[in-house]
Ligand binder design. Structure first.
Ligand code: SF4
Length: 232
């Protein structure tokens, strides 16, 4: 596992739980609005150091009683060759719940983790409507994401789909297409983006959506989905 860092406590990453957040190095997407751009290179950037796994598991031992769960995020955690073993070790060494954040681009790996019952809560980014995905990801990954979405909707998992919305990239018709392509999903979150440390420098100066615009997006998505919420 290439662990890039640890946030020792978070009350916002894992719904209804206090979690520690562990960040994985490396991502196969290039979202222009990514605010963790230092986590995109698969190789650790010069001057940065990875966090030793021993440090993480020592932390786990010390802080387990103060936490409900661990959020594994990225980068893209599914790129890590030893993710399953890492999650197994968390389960063996603690009673903590595990939330996994992913872009859904490795169907078989995700399927194996679900089958092994290692995910207590899954959050999957739906970046765009399928035809627009090439803005952020290689075309060959779209079929993987489609398969992941279908599997998740038909599973017993606790999960959410979510879209980070950016004024230059998303509009109401894009939200309608995204909502239609995840029809049948339990929960969908529309998240306002943060113009901070973005991969595309020009987006650091961008406006974000107003609450009234986000409400219109929610109403549009509710034409296809039962539970749509906004994260401002
Ligand atoms: S936003 Fe997430 S999926 Fe997109 S480049 Fe950043 S880490 Fe990767």
């Amino acid at each position: 596992m290439k662990l890039a860092g640890l946030q020792k406590t978070s009350v916002i990453d894992f719904p209804d739980q206090i979690s520690a957040v562990v960040f994985c190095q490396g991502c196969n997407f290039y979202c222009p609005y990514c605010h963790n751009k230092q986590l995109i290179p698969v190789e650790t950037p010069a001057g940065e150091e990875l966090m030793p796994q021993d440090y993480f598991f020592r932390f786990l031992k010390q802080r387990e009683k103060l936490l409900d769960g661990i959020t594994i995020t990225g980068g893209e955690p599914l790129l890590q060759p030893n993710l399953k073993e890492f999650m197994l070790k968390i389960k063996e060494e603690s009673n903590l719940l595990i939330k996994l954040d992913t872009n859904g681009s490795n169907f078989l790996k995700l399927k194996a983790l679900i089958k092994a019952d290692l995910i207590d809560y899954l959050a999957v980014d739906i970046k765009f409507s399928w035809n627009n995905y090439e803005q952020v990801a290689p075309a060959e990954l779209v079929s993987e994401i489609k398969k992941s979405v279908a599997m998740i909707i038909n599973s017993d998992l606790k999960y959410e789909f979510r879209t980070t919305v950016v004024p230059q990239l998303h509009n109401i018709s894009e939200i309608a297409k995204i909502a239609a392509q995840i029809k049948g999903a339990d929960k969908y979150f529309i998240q306002n983006f943060r113009p901070l440390n973005t991969l595309a420098a020009e987006l650091s100066q961008s406006r974000t959506f107003a609450p009234s615009e986000l409400s219109k997006f929610r109403l549009e998505a509710e034409k296809y989905l039962n539970d749509v919420q906004i994260r401002a």
